[in-house]
Design a protein around this ligand. Sequence first.
Ligand code: Z5A
Length: 209
Amino acid sequence: MRGLFIVLEGCDRAGKTTQTQLLQKFFHARDRKCELAKFPDRTTSLGITINSYLQGSQALSDQAIHLLFSANRWELIDSLESKVKNGVNLIVDRYAYSGAAFTSAKGLDIDWCKSCDKGLLKPDLVLFLDTSNKTMSKREDFGAEVYENLEFQSKVREQFHLLKDDSWKIINASGTIEEVQAEIQTHVLTLLNQDSYAPIQRNLWCGNE
Ligand code: Z5A
């Protein structure tokens, strides 16, 4: 049986990294194979350029950085797909939804933003960690990178909500770490209890979304 492909999305400091790590423990406690991935993946040569942009040391046009974020997913998708097909449950911290939400929040056309990631693997489940921008801004290190200001983050949140589809579950991320994880596990358990899954497909944004 293939693994599940689960994505955690949300605005800055929503708790995605914290929750992906706890969710991996949840899988391991059930003797299920589980690996984590994260976008941007700052370890590749494209990722190193993205990192310089995010830290403010390299300027790039809005279009160029969007294409780099997308290319960073395309350069890694074969390896991610192979893991899922070989039975690894994959939990991914940010994906194409971040790409479309962040760039369209700058005013670029959302359909253009989505088109660059059209045909990537479609997740089985997208857990959107939703919380107020005020709550996020109080969390550690908020403000360290280029997009981390409240006005921009509220636009991003609005754009995220335009991207919801049938694979999305909205999680209230304002609770304690344990409360958020409990809500996440409820949705994951529903999937884990299924006897089989439809084949994973490279059809993100290929339908009517
Ligand atoms: N970006 C883009 O523009 N286009 C794209 O295609 C992609 C990304 C993929 C870097 O992303 C930037 O890239 C990001 C979007 C853009 N810009 N912004 N904003 P990143 O994922 O590498 O980095 P990040 O957004 O800054 O996220 P983060 O640091 O990974 O935050 P997080 O994972 O959501 O939160 P966390 O690390 O789990 O928690 C942050 C702190 O809050 C930490 O001290 C925790 O202990 C604490 N925390 C977590 N949960 C709670 C709860 N429930 N209560 C209290 N405290 C908590």
